[in-house]
Design a protein around this ligand. Structure first.
Ligand code: FAD
Length: 289
């Protein structure tokens, strides 16, 4: 079943993982994936080059494990900034050869001191190129409930998002956010702009202060007062921080699902235990008709 059909039938629940480093054993991620398999997610996405790292070669291998060994639909992230048109076509053909039909088309994170390839400066150009040259892929793309940090303002960002969706995007996945109201306000703006594709809410369970600091710095996502209080109080207590981070994510998910969100995309950070716990505490809500 295509993802588009799935969104018509249920609240989609998906997971995101990142591939092992080039220097690590390529199967190092297998135990993580096998644990995530028990969640039976609707798809698992695999990052490529996220955070300016060079995991590129590994994305296809991990997507292959997910799609063909775990038998779960895989989604490969495809950032365009540092790839030529030919490299994108080669990557897409590799993905087709292992039956991966879903991609997340992105501009990509900037890598300091690295010169962009020049073929795709923004994600909408990549989406249009893929739609024209490899139309069989189902294309997801990114969006930002707190506005993308490079955009002048929301009017600018939503206008750019509308152009991207109109280039051939089938569904959107949001950047992480910690304040559900930001998502609801964003959703309203997209509806006014005539953006009608399903929007999955990206949720990151925050169980580690350093990780949160790095991610919020990279993404510019604001931390609500309630969340900062949790971090201030429990940051030095690993177990309490873990419990509080999971509870916060569960709370966000239950609220979003009850308000009719199209899907939840869990940034697992390759921590299957945390993802499983969140799933156990929300699955009845997510699966409720
Ligand atoms: P774009 O849609 O191009 O938008 C980027 C900025 O440019 C925005 O400010 C937008 O308003 C503006 N803009 C868009 N189009 C135009 C235009 N035509 N003209 C002028 N301005 C324009 N990065 C990775 O490198 N690898 C990954 O695997 C990865 N996975 C991600 C997964 C998710 C769910 C998300 C939300 C992000 C991910 N990222 C990843 C990060 C992403 O690459 C960055 O957020 C990047 O800064 C923007 O990517 P984009 O595709 O949204 O870009």
């Amino acid at each position: 079943m295509s993802l588009t059909e799935l969104f018509n039938q249920k609240t989609v629940f998906s997971l995101e993982v990142f591939p092992p480093k080039k220097t690590a054993d390529k199967d190092a991620i297998l135990p993580t994936l096998e644990q995530l398999q028990s969640i039976n997610p609707d798809f698992i996405s695999v990052t490529l080059g996220a955070g300016g790292t060079d995991h590129c070669d590994r994305t296809v291998e991990v997507a292959n494990l997910i799609q063909n060994q775990l038998k779960i639909p895989a989604m490969a992230h495809v950032p365009g900034l540092y790839q030529t048109k030919q490299q994108v076509l080669d990557l897409l053909d590799q993905l087709s050869s292992i039956n991966v039909a879903n991609i997340l088309a992105l501009r990509g994170d900037h890598i300091p001191d690295k010169q962009p390839a020049g073929d795709f400066n923004h994600a909408n150009e990549l989406v249009a190129f893929i739609k024209e040259n490899r139309p069989n892929f189902s294309i997801a793309s990114a969006c930002y409930p707190n506005c993308h940090m490079e955009a002048t303002d929301f009017v600018d960002d939503i206008g750019n998002l509308k152009r991207k969706v109109d280039s051939g995007v089938d569904h959107l996945i949001t950047q992480l956010f910690f304040n559900n109201q930001a998502f609801y306000d964003f959703k309203e703006k997209t509806e006014i702009a005539g953006i009608n594709v399903p929007i999955e809410a990206g949720i990151m369970p925050c169980t580690n202060r350093n990780q949160i600091a790095r991610i919020t710095q990279l993404s510019g996502v604001p931390l609500p007062k309630k969340f900062r209080a949790i971090m201030d109080r429990y940051q030095d207590n690993k177990e309490a921080m873990r419990d509080a981070g999971i509870a916060y994510a569960v709370d966000q998910i239950i609220d979003l699902v009850s308000q009719g969100v199209a899907g939840i995309h869990l940034y697992t950070m390759n921590h299957p235990g945390i993802a499983k716990q969140i799933w156990q505490e929300t699955r009845a809500v997510i699966n409720a008709k």
